[in-house]
Design a protein around this ligand. Structure first.
Ligand code: CMC
Length: 392
């Protein structure tokens, strides 16, 4: 006892050890279970990466088939869940709808809440992976007043999410393979990022032995913040604003540098990367590819690239080592796919789900885990005596 270390924002404090994800922020390196993100983005698939993150090794084809099959069998939501979405205002942001629904999974699936029962952890893992895309598309459908579509288990994970989101009953929805591949790849890039704000939240909640559903729901809420996953929405809003103001990128960058009214360059900067975020490099290339292959030229892409170029040549950003992060270009791809801005962070959540689950499981299985309980430096009043209200 005696002294505590003061480290606001945990800039320099490791709260756990982990075998899942490796980041070297100075070099711009990201690896899942040792595999470089570039290789996984190019050659793997989202479900394969999900398996890798959760179980530690790339699956054999039998293992992957079994895993995929298990997920397919759990995509339906309990029928009573449909009414759940009716309670929210039509214009509700889908992130709190998602987190409420993930939390509510713990009320529908009470047979799998014990963190220390291996079979229960396994089935909640599958349920969560299978049902969250259904929940996400229901939240979207509700917001636009269209009927909810049941999952079609003959389709792939990402393909069916696209169909449930953009399809309508009685009309065959043709999944665009370019779009499905791009979204699968974006999910891979988002799948884990070691002890970021939402993942640390999942671990902190879980460290009290709270069940996986409510722990992950807490992570969804943390992700919504614009300094974290909400940045993908904020970037697009920023680009729209610059465009509406006449498209003067230099003037906007000057505003950021002059710290006018709290304006930040959204999609720039990172706590750990002091170099180009390796995910952003992949997303930038993909944005250019996807937009041209989907024949959807977007003047906002041009604007974003100008912003990047000006910022990377400016001493303000150079001296602070501020580079584009993963959120800088993703929104442009989501927009080209037809997602409204409000859904962007939900897409981040779908991608991050395996990471949250893997980290929660690692924590629960680690005998060194203790309840998360940071200390503080007390800076309030010294002891003083109560004064009756008539004397104040
Ligand atoms: N625009 C302008 N200045 C910035 C920015 C930015 N985007 N990011 C950092 N700075 C400045 C900051 O003002 C500070 O300057 P000074 O030393 O003169 O006071 C310096 O750079 C260091 O920044 P910091 O705030 O100490 O860095 P942090 O590690 O606490 O914050 C961050 C990291 C990501 C929250 C921050 O860079 C930021 O707010 N970026 C914009 C939001 C964003 O894009 N978030 C997405 C993060 S990546 C993926 C994800 O989690 O979703």
């Amino acid at each position: 006892t005696g002294y505590v270390t003061y480290d606001p924002g945990f800039v320099n404090t490791a709260a756990t050890s982990s075998e899942i994800t490796y980041i070297d922020g100075d070099e711009g390196i990201l690896r899942y279970r040792g595999y470089p993100i570039e290789q996984l983005a190019e050659h793997s698939s989202f479900l394969e990466v999900t398996y890798l993150l959760i179980y530690g090794e790339l699956p054999t084809s039998d293992e992957l088939a079994e895993f995929t099959d298990k997920i397919r069998r759990h995509t339906l939501l309990h029928e009573d869940f449909r009414g759940f979405f009716d309670g929210f205002p039509r214009d509700a942001h889908p992130m709190p709808v998602l987190s409420s629904a993930v939390s509510a999974l713990s009320t529908f699936y009470q047979d799998s809440l014990d963190p220390f029962d291996r079979d229960q952890v396994e089935i909640s893992t599958i349920r969560m992976l299978a049902k969250v895309p259904t929940i996400a598309s229901y939240a979207y459908k509700k917001s636009i007043g269209q009927p909810l579509l049941y999952p079609d288990n003959s389709l792939g994970y990402v393909e069916d999410f696209l169909r449930m989101t953009f399809g309508v009953p009685a009309t065959k929805y043709e999944v665009d393979p370019v779009m499905a591949k791009a979204l699968d790849m974006l999910f891979i890039l988002h799948a884990d990022h070691e002890q970021n704000c939402s993942t640390s939240t999942v671990r902190l909640v879980g460290s009290a032995n709270a069940n996986m559903f409510v722990s992950v729901a807490a992570g969804v809420n943390a992700l919504m913040g614009p300094l974290h996953g909400g940045a993908n929405q904020a970037v697009l809003e920023m680009l729209h604003q610059i465009q509406a103001d006449g498209g003067d990128v230099k003037a906007f960058v000057n505003k950021v540098k002059n710290r006018e009214a709290g304006v930040k360059l959204m999609g720039f900067g990172h706590r750990v990367y002091k170099n180009y975020d390796p995910r952003a490099a992949i997303v930038k290339k993909s944005a250019q590819d996807v937009l041209s292959r989907m024949a959807k030229a977007d003047p906002l892409l041009e604007l974003a690239m100008q912003l990047e170029e000006i910022a990377l040549a400016d001493d303000f950003f150079v001296s602070r080592k501020l580079y584009p992060n993963v959120d800088f270009y993703t929104g442009l791809i989501y927009k080209a796919m037809g997602f409204p801005t409000k859904m962007f962070t939900v897409l981040f959540a779908l991608g991050r789900l395996p990471g949250w689950i893997a980290q929660w499981r690692e924590m629960i299985a680690d005998p060194a885990t203790k309840i998360g309980r940071p200390r503080q430096l007390y800076t309030g009043a010294a002891k003083r005596d109560y004064v009756g209200i008539e004397q104040r």
